[in-house]
Ligand binder design. Structure first.
Ligand SMILES: [Zn+2]
Length: 380
């Protein structure tokens, strides 16, 4: 174990962890990474949008561009007294390193930098370009981070062909799951208008609960789709319904509700919205419905990048990964629409965002070898 702790990926991860980069504060992490990348011949560009610092670094001008992406920000530690050791002081116990950001995702960042260093030392004249895109606004609002960098790149006709996000994708063992896409997330914010009245005189009132109930029942009965080869079925969930003024003898004049779709590529957000509105319009109901799209679904189809990742995982761990589109959203939702093939491959995610977040030390070393092998397979 003491030998493992001397590995350059572990040393760099510890250096990053000691910087308390609670979202959206980068706390100087990107400067450490930029300095290492500049030494390798990367042209580094810091892009600041409002209070968010982003780093775009590129080595070479030729296509194709293989990019590693990630974030330096972490979620707050919560009550530090609940931690077994201080959250920003990396501490090793039983082969695992405990700290906020250990799994999500300072280990992924450190493995990326060291993999690039090892690869470039051996192959300084590789094909195409290598790039690194890092934000400090992934865990927060995600408005001034990866999205703005991608917009800036598009504005000057610069494109990423392949992207590896070092987010913690693994479930029980390193490399058991590679995320190759994500479901879309679409929310509906509903208001139903009625007329408030005395509960004993319903003919003088118009109860919005009564208007909404049959619509809700119909929405629940729809089988939106049965999923497809890569996506689980689309799910419709109501997250909030409220009405009533708190008095037992008054029917409400208004109802508000909020619902969410996690949807597969069988739908677009437009087609989903149309379908829902057609259900409302078939009923006698006075409503207003606003939509919020947090991310469109994306899918990286099998090809060179997925093959390279699968081969690198099998060579370094002996196991074949599951290709999955499950889980919540990530910055992949901003990178994929630019036309890039995007995958997420990183350490085990069981402890992320929790008290006593940790990563297996040997896994970080294996992850470094995995990334390095992917670069070799893509750019030699
Ligand atoms: Zn993350």
């Amino acid at each position: 174990m003491s030998e493992s702790l001397k590995h350059p990926s572990i040393a760099l991860m510890c250096e990053l962890i000691r910087r308390q980069s609670v979202t959206p504060d980068d706390a100087g992490c990107q400067a450490i990474l930029a300095e290492r990348l500049e030494r390798l011949g990367f042209a580094c560009e810091t892009m600041v949008f409002n209070d968010v610092t982003n780093l775009w670094a590129r080595r070479g001008t030729a296509a194709p561009v293989l990019c590693f992406a990630g974030h330096t920000d972490v979620v707050p530690p919560g009550d530090e007294r609940e931690w077994s050791s201080a959250p920003f002081e990396p501490t090793v116990r039983d082969g695992c390193l405990y700290a906020r950001g250990a799994a999500d995702m300072k280990s992924g960042l450190a493995a990326t930098i060291v993999a690039l260093e090892e690869f470039i030392a051996e192959h300084p004249d590789h094909d195409g370009s290598l790039a690194v895109l890092i934000t400090s606004d992934e865990e927060g609002r995600a408005r001034d981070g990866t999205l703005r960098v991608i917009e800036t790149l598009a504005g000057r006709d610069e494109h990423i062909d392949w992207c590896v996000l070092g987010e913690p994708s693994s479930e029980s063992e390193l490399g058991d799951v590679v995320r190759i896409g994500r479901r879309g997330s679409l929310s509906g914010i509903l208001n139903v208008r009625g007329i408030q009245g005395h509960v004993a005189y319903p003919q003088l009132a118009d109860n919005p609960i009564r208007r909404f109930a049959p619509v809700l029942a119909e929405l629940h009965q729809i089988e939106w789709d049965s999923g497809n080869e890569h996506f689980p079925p689309t799910s419709f969930q109501v997250v909030d319904v409220r009405a009533g003024i708190g008095a037992p003898n008054v029917t409400p004049g208004e109802l508000s509700a909020r619902f969410n779709f996690r949807y597969s590529t069988e739908w677009t957000h437009e087609s989903l919205q149309q379908k829902v509105e057609s259900v409302f319009d078939a009923h006698d109901i006075d409503y207003e419905l606003n939509w919020h799209l947090s991310g469109k679904p994306f899918l990286t189809t099998p090809g060179k990048l997925i093959d390279a990742a699968s081969q690198a995982i099998t060579e370094t761990t002996g196991n074949a990964p599951e290709l999955s589109t499950g889980g919540g959203t990530s910055d992949g939702r901003f990178i994929a629409p630019s036309g890039a093939d995007v995958i997420e491959l990183g350490p085990v995610n069981a402890s992320i965002h929790k008290i006593d977040e940790h990563v297996n030390v040997e896994d970080v070393i294996t992850l470094t070898a995995m990334y390095r092998r992917i670069i070799e397979l893509m750019l030699l």
